[in-house]
Design a binder for this molecule. Structure first.
Ligand SMILES: Nc1ncnc2c1ncn2[C@@H]1O[C@H](COP(=O)(O)OP(=O)(O)OP(=O)(O)O)[C@@H](O)[C@H]1O
Length: 320
């Protein structure tokens, strides 16, 4: 019989996977869950970092203490400092995109981690820090944007979630899992996977990892005609390509100066951001540094143009 601290390797609180790479990761998760020490979870976008953080939290304390999630790219320095220092609490704090933490935020977190070393601090008053990133923090330390002392304090443990393309056979397991979920959600029969789809699942590179796979299955599930899910190139990729082709061929033919200027600026911003993000594999902090802009401002610009930075995670390195 399993105890509450044991881990079901195929499904530790909903985490699906049976590849050796995934199971190794699961073993490590279960080992470190019992500790209160801080952790950094590395992994590509959509690979399951937040889910792993929740698994660590859940396995370590049965979910009895709160799990609070903050994105370092959008959280204000004040909010983070208030959360850490306002009043003592027992919680797990998930800090996503830790590489995006501002200089002041880094100092607050470092101070918090140093204070936590105090032997006088009751165990019931500790916040376990679980940080996640798709960036190479050592490179950011070298580049001078991330404090080395913070990295070393944070990284009592580190876990690297393998990208889906390295998890042999897991895409199929996950696809079946998502089909079951969508069939329950839409009250439709479960679909089987066509051999073409199976081939596609194992050959596709999955730069957006499990999030990309879930979206792909979701869409194909909804448009499937028969009892089989048959798909090749995800339509979102096709739509994106069509959209990009259309935009590339687009030229403004009106005569209004302001409209023409606005259009030219929009096109410039889009292509500039696209090149910039390709060169940093979608890392906004690094992109902001390269472009000489505030990270927050660059993030706003990326949002304004509806650009999905995740699609650049797998792009070849370019000079921008
Ligand atoms: N092993 C898994 N089994 C089932 N679902 C998973 C698994 N890993 C991730 N997912 C699902 O994939 C999606 C992306 O996962 P998650 O948000 O944890 O990724 P992430 O690495 O934190 O993403 P980001 O880098 O964008 O913050 C979520 O919907 C999550 O539920």
């Amino acid at each position: 019989m399993k105890t509450s601290h044991s881990i079901n390797q195929e499904n530790p609180i909903g985490m699906i996977g049976a590849s050796p790479a995934f199971l190794e990761h699961v073993r490590l998760l279960s080992k470190i869950s019992a500790s209160k020490a801080s952790i950094v979870i590395f992994g590509e976008t959509g690979s399951g970092k937040e889910m792993a953080a929740r698994a660590i939290h859940h396995l370590g304390n049965n979910g009895n203490i709160p799990f609070v999630s903050m994105n370092c790219g959008t959280i204000s320095e004040e909010k983070l400092a208030n959360y850490l220092f306002d009043k003592p609490k027992n919680a797990a704090l998930f800090l996503d995109e830790i590489e995006a933490l501002s200089t002041k935020g880094q100092i607050s977190l470092l101070r918090y981690l140093q204070d936590q070393q105090s032997p006088d601090l009751p165990k019931s008053e500790t916040i376990r820090i679980i940080a996640a990133t798709s960036a190479d923090l050592l490179k950011l330390v070298e580049a001078g944007t991330f404090r080395p002392d913070l990295l070393f304090r944070l990284q009592t443990f580190s876990v690297e979630i393998p990208p889906l393309r390295e998890r042999h056979g897991d895409a199929e397991l996950l696809a079946k899992h998502f089909i079951k979920q969508y069939s329950a959600k839409y009250d439709k029969p479960i679909l089987s996977l066509h051999p073409d789809t199976l081939r596609y699942l194992s050959r596709h590179n999955w730069p957006g990892n499990i999030r990309e796979l879930a979206n792909f299955i979701h869409r194909e599930f909804l448009i499937a005609d028969g009892p089989t899910l048959r798909a090749g190139l995800p339509a979102n990729q096709m739509n994106r390509r069509k959209g990009e082709d259309r935009r590339a061929g687009e030229s403004y033919t009106g005569h209004d100066f302001n409209e023409a200027k606005a259009k030219a600026i929009e096109n410039f911003e889009k292509s500039f951001l696209s090149r910039l993000l390709s060169g940093t594999h979608g890392n906004v902090t690094l992109a902001a540094k390269k472009a000489g802009k505030e990270r927050r401002a660059l993030g706003k610009l990326i949002k304004k143009h509806g650009i999905d930075k995740r699609k650049y995670a797998d792009s070849p390195q370019q000079n921008t």
